[in-house]
Design a protein around this ligand. Structure first.
Ligand code: TGC
Ligand code: FAD
Length: 390
């Protein structure tokens, strides 16, 4: 499939050589390593672990972190373009990379001590240690402040008990960043739990009809003894995990833009080749209206993300702006996948094509990292000054 997309905003002239280079490397990786295997992995419900060393060797794990910790010191637009290409391949691949970088390496970098950073980050960048992020619980999803996992101080450190669910990479992970409430003060604290700690297990969740090429797990913690050396010392309060979500949501917005572009390209190619009533279905006005609506919405999202990327690089991007990006791009992704599927007719439901897999994946992506409704209410609070959550 042609990998180009119309550049109505002339963004190509704004992207730097580094940004274009990262995008090119990610696109080549997806074409060579993901496209040939992804339909099968999705149907089997397996995350293709064989790609981990390749993703790592390209520097895609924690790429915005300083080189000292194994990162590439990459800017936020280059990072976004990388995720755009990865999610055009599959949301499960982008999820793996997002969780490792934005939800496990980032909290260790931001809230960890220098010793903790050096202990874990370089190996995580090499893909030798895999991480996950445990915030959601069976009874605390949209409202993580309602978590019941506790961290009780002991003589040597902490005793952690509770259960997390829906945790991407959980069963694969060597390290889990786990959020728990101090048993006495109720303050939210962050810990790094390691595979093999007594009382800690991560069974895989079965039966997903979405994000099938991704590992999703429970984290079960039964009086796990965690040394104080594994507590992230500056993570204090709910704002700490929420700040990690801001990093990941920014990446998801770029990723779902890539997914929408992939759906557009697939629909354009198919409708130009497929003939009914003696001519290509792309020639029908209703088909053109669908393609043009996607073109307009994708172009608008590209402009928004470019400016947000610049703001993030300048350090001025707010978490409310990121909520807008996540909300707009997820809504775009889900609509693009459904519209593309409609343009492919019956063929659209086959795994040989991308759009139905993307559509099923989008049901997870529009739910995790804050549902569509949660982002609506974050923005509602911003413009009205009234808090709908409490
Ligand atoms: P609220 O009072 O709004 O906030 C508490 C403190 O946190 C600050 N804050 C943020 N800081 C940085 N980034 C953000 N996004 C922030 N949102 C809030 C806030 O300023 C405040 O600070 P302070 O100093 O005043 O105390 O807290 P609330 O309890 O009212 O919650 C609000 C709400 C609903 C927006 C929040 O709980 C929320 O975002 N809920 C959604 C939960 C969610 O997104 N979970 C995601 C789990 S991880 C995941 O899904 C990974 S999927 C990964 C993959 O596979 O790709
Ligand atoms: P609920 O919070 O129970 O929401 C159910 C419905 O109620 C939604 O429509 C929601 O929008 C609505 N709702 C809730 N509150 C309000 C309100 N105040 N006003 C209006 N509507 C409301 N979590 C992690 O911690 N780490 C991970 O790695 C991770 N990976 C995930 C991977 C997958 C595949 C999935 C599906 C989820 C993952 N999650 C992860 C969990 C994800 O973040 C939660 O599913 C999400 O935050 C929603 O929580 P919930 O599923 O409990 O839904």
């Amino acid at each position: 499939m042609d990998s180009s997309f119309p550049d109505f905003l002339n963004l190509e002239e704004r992207y730097t050589p580094i940004e274009k280079g990262v995008r090119k490397a990610a696109r080549a990786f997806v074409q060579k390593e993901i496209e040939p295997i992804i339909a099968d992995a999705f149907l089997k419900g397996e995350f293709p672990t064989s790609i981990i060393p390749k993703v790592a060797s390209l520097g895609f794990l924690g790429p915005t972190l300083p080189k000292k910790y194994g990162g590439m010191d990459l800017g936020d637009i280059a990072y976004g373009l990388m995720l755009q290409e990865l999610e055009a391949g599959d949301s499960g691949i982008r999820s793996f990379v997002s969780v490792q970088g934005a939800l496990c390496m980032y909290p260790i970098f931001r809230y960890g001590s220098e010793e903790q950073r050096m202990r874990w980050l370089p190996q995580m960048a090499k893909g030798e240690l895999i991480g996950c992020f445990g915030l959601t619980e069976p009874d605390a999803g949209s409202d993580p402040g309602g978590m019941s996992t506790t961290a009780k101080p002991t003589e040597k450190g902490w005793e952690i008990s509770g259960r997390k669910m829906w945790i991407t990479n959980g069963t694969l992970a060597d390290l889990a960043v786990v959020w728990a409430k101090h048993s006495e003060t109720d303050e939210v604290l962050g810990f790094v739990l390691e595979k093999g700690m007594e009382g800690f297990s991560a069974p895989e969740m079965e039966g997903k009809l979405s994000l099938r090429a991704s590992v999703t797990s429970e984290l079960v913690m039964d009086k796990v003894q965690v040394p104080d050396a594994n507590r992230l010392p500056t993570a204090q309060g709910l704002g700490a995990p929420l700040s990690c979500l801001t990093q990941a949501r920014f990446g998801i917005a770029w990723g779902t833009l890539g997914l929408a572009i992939d759906c557009y390209r697939e629909a354009l190619q198919y409708t130009k080749e497929r003939e009914q009533f003696g001519r290509p279905i792309a020639g029908f006005q209703l088909t053109q209206a669908k393609l043009v609506q996607l073109l307009c919405d994708i172009t608008g999202a590209q402009g928004m993300l470019y400016h947000m990327g610049k703001a993030k690089e300048a350090g001025t991007l707010t978490h409310q702006q990121v909520s807008m990006a996540k909300r707009v791009c997820c809504e775009l992704g889900i609509r693009a996948a459904r519209e593309a599927r409609s343009m492919l007719g019956g063929s659209g439901i086959l795994a040989d094509f991308h759009c139905q897999r993307h559509s099923m994946n989008m049901e997870s992506v529009i739910t995790y990292e804050g549902t569509h409704e949660v982002h609506t209410l974050i923005l509602g609070r911003e413009i009205t000054g009234l808090n709908a959550f409490s």
